[in-house]
Design a protein around this ligand. Structure first.
Ligand SMILES: Nc1ncnc2c1ncn2[C@@H]1O[C@H](COP(=O)(O)OP(=O)(O)OP(=O)(O)O)[C@@H](O)[C@H]1O
Length: 238
């Protein structure tokens, strides 16, 4: 699903080059649920953004679902993001002037999906995230947990095989955070959607079946559940 080969991300600053990511290699298989963890500023979000084609590496190769992201032009990358990846963010990033249904339908409308198909899909998604009846409400009328459910429904709209979530529980209390993680876990188990989340949430570490620990731009640990710490790195077994 995701192949990251010798990927670095360098920012040119007045003080010189800054390596946000340093020569990383990761392989994530279809159907995995991966949590990327590590200290603040270690490069977690940068890595996730590269996986989703929101940004490009300075050097190295990013291959997602067979697509070489470095080889796409801007327009192709936009289409890739819209059709292949569902994004979920800490602050939900819903459009405040649009209803819940309109937010969920955004990518479908952009992709010129017929109206009756959109209605049908939105209805199903509302059911999937347990928000039936809230179609006509605006994001500000929903709780944080409900807004994150809308964001997940929106991420699922195009039936992506990959969901990338950056601190999806970061703004939620423990109960709502656990509910969101359970929803992601259900999507992973039942729909076989590959899920990668960046998180500081210890609860997330429990639902993920693989934890990648990043420090100072480098992957320092890559551990699958049930694999003892002294066994080879999961990335080198992939
Ligand atoms: N556009 C940019 N220009 C310069 N430096 C940047 C830029 N974007 C990120 N960085 C730097 O790259 C490093 C990694 O940032 P990143 O957001 O990936 O960290 P993170 O691990 O997700 O942190 P947090 O847990 O605090 O969100 C940080 O030191 C950050 O300051």
């Amino acid at each position: 699903m995701i192949s990251i080969q010798d990927v670095s991300k360098v920012y040119s600053l007045e003080s010189g080059d800054f390596f946000a990511l340093k020569h990383n290699n990761v392989h994530i298989k279809n159907g995995e649920f991966v949590a990327i963890m590590g200290p603040s500023g270690s490069g977690k979000s940068t890595l996730l953004q590269l996986m989703g084609g929101l940004d490009l590496p300075t050097t190295g190769e990013m291959i997602v679902d067979g697509v070489h992201l470095n080889k796409l032009n801007e327009k192709e990358r936009t289409l890739f993001r819209r059709t292949k990846v569902g994004f979920v963010f800490q602050n939900y990033q819903l459009l405040p002037m649009m209803t819940v249904a309109e937010n969920i339908a955004l990518a479908l409308s952009a992709n010129k999906t017929p109206k009756d198909e959109i209605l049908h899909r939105v209805k199903q998604l509302m059911k999937d995230v347990n928000l039936e009846g809230k179609e006509s409400q605006f994001p500000s009328q929903l709780s944080g947990g409900q807004q994150q459910r809308v964001a997940i429904a929106r991420a699922l709209a195009m039936k992506p095989q990959l969901i990338l979530a950056d601190e999806p529980t970061g703004n939620l209390d423990q109960k709502n955070g656990t509910d969101i993680l359970q929803l992601l876990s259900k999507l992973n188990k039942e729909e076989k959607i590959t899920i990668v989340i960046v998180t500081h949430d210890e609860q997330a570490a429990k639902v993920a079946d693989r934890i990648i620990l990043i420090s100072d731009g480098e992957i320092v640990q890559d551990r699958r559940k049930g694999v003892a710490r002294n066994e080879p790195l999961a990335s080198s077994m992939a």
